[in-house]
Design a binder for this molecule. Structure first.
Ligand SMILES: NC(=O)c1ccc[n+]([C@@H]2O[C@H](COP(=O)([O-])OP(=O)(O)OC[C@H]3O[C@@H](n4cnc5c(N)ncnc54)[C@H](O)[C@@H]3O)[C@@H](O)[C@H]2O)c1
Ligand SMILES: [Zn+2]
Ligand SMILES: [Zn+2]
Length: 371
């Protein structure tokens, strides 16, 4: 069949709507009619080249939700009409990482940025040439073929245009605070960068019982929004955040600082490192130029103050468990999803969506597929 998709032909580049050829589902695969996709910053890293991708063109998008249109063989538990959230991280359920409760690190993640299936084959093509799939799911396509390992079946009464956000941004931000920073009641937490990820780190830190949640963003709208999601303070710079955290902790510093800056650089991690107390934790969730090496931190401070720098993929969430947990919290009125969506876009206005993200106008822009 044919489907419209936002593809990227080269890097640097922008999204272009194209009609690509899509195969029939093979064993273990689902054909998904995509309903909505969040515009996460990580797809923009493909456009700038900060994250190198295995093949061009690539059909983008990794934060989506949709409806099962057809099922391949060996897809037990799935039927036509099921609602699914795509997890940007597949989970096989059997590898060492899945078996250890670290499904976010599943060995299948090796294929996230190749655009291909584990056996090297592709499911989309354009003029006879293979088209890669971002994270194996391509949620910027109206229809996509995904592995069941990337699907999480969700209750049908949850609106898919909100549920899509738990496929990446919500789990990543919330988990960065709850799982990676291990925020405790009474903590002082700094969140650096209030986009779709950081706003959920704010939400997670508040859920975990932090007494002080200091949101940092140079953009005023982001600071205002952070206060609505549970921040107790919002400032424009890390200098202010560090001074504030110290003033609240008898000079010690924050218990944790979570870095969710859009284009994360070593210097941002260094600033977060200066903001935390002895034996405190810096969580690095943001991504930037993947070839960049080096974080400016004092080895003395690292060793003698016993500080910790912790990377975090999908907020150390396990998709099969946590996507449903977060959606249950949403249904129970404990987790904000509706308020995350600042503006919606269509395939034809997706570049405007990313322009708006860069200008700091959106917590999250969401692409709505109209078919
Ligand atoms: N680790 C993971 O699993 C994972 C998952 C998804 C996204 N990410 C990454 O997380 C990052 C954030 O993504 P997003 O979608 O929230 O991006 P976004 O563009 O929506 O938000 C980034 C925010 O950072 C702010 N910012 C920029 N410079 C700053 C500074 N010096 N101090 C404080 N704030 C600053 C911007 O104003 C913006 O509000 C991206 O790098 C993305 O690729 C990581
Ligand atoms: Zn993402
Ligand atoms: Zn696995």
């Amino acid at each position: 069949m044919k489907t419209k998709a936002a593809i990227l032909r080269q890097t640097p580049g922008t999204w272009e709507t194209a009609e690509v050829d899509l195969e029939e589902p093979r064993s273990g695969e689902l054909l998904i009619r995509m309903v909505a996709s969040g515009l996460c910053h990580s797809d923009d890293h493909l456009c700038t080249g900060d994250i190198p991708f295995g093949i061009f063109p690539v059909a983008g998008g990794h934060e989506g939700a949709g409806v099962v249109e057809r099922v391949g063989d060996s897809t037990p538990g799935y039927e036509v009409g099921d609602h699914v959230v795509m997890s940007f991280l597949p989970g096989c359920g059997r590898c060492r990482w899945c078996a250890s409760g670290m499904q976010n690190l599943c060995d299948l993640g090796a294929n996230l940025l190749t655009g291909a299936r584990p056996d090297g084959s592709y499911r989309m093509s354009l003029d006879g040439q293979p088209v890669g799939q971002m994270c194996g799911i391509s949620t910027f396509a109206e229809y996509s073929l995904i592995s069941v390992d990337s699907a999480v079946k969700v209750p049908k009464d949850i609106p898919l245009d909100k549920a899509c956000l738990v496929g990446c941004g919500v789990g990543t931000g919330w988990g960065s605070a709850v799982n990676s920073a291990k925020v405790q009641p009474g903590d002082t937490v700094v969140v650096m960068g209030i986009g779709g990820i950081g706003i959920n780190a704010v939400q997670g830190a508040a859920h975990a019982g932090a007494s002080n949640v200091i949101a940092v963003d140079p953009i005023e709208l982001k600071r205002e929004k952070a206060m609505e999601f549970g921040a107790t303070h919002a400032v424009a710079s890390m200098e202010e955040a560090t001074a504030l955290a110290q003033s609240m902790t008898n000079g010690q510093g924050a218990d944790s600082a979570i870095v969710t800056v859009g284009v994360t650089k070593g210097e941002h991690v260094g600033q977060a490192f200066s903001a935390i107390r002895k034996a405190g934790t810096v969580v690095v969730t943001g991504l930037g130029d993947l070839t960049e090496v080096g974080i400016p931190v004092s080895i003395g401070e690292l060793t003698l103050f016993q500080k910790r720098i912790q990377g975090s993929l999908f907020g150390e969430s396990s998709p099969s468990r946590d996507i449903l947990r977060l959606l249950q919290m949403y249904q129970d009125g404990k987790l904000k999803l509706d308020e995350l969506v600042t503006k919606t876009y269509t395939l034809d206005t997706i570049n405007q969506g990313y322009k708006d993200m860069h200008e700091g106008l959106n917590l999250r822009g969401v692409l709505i597929h109209n078919h």
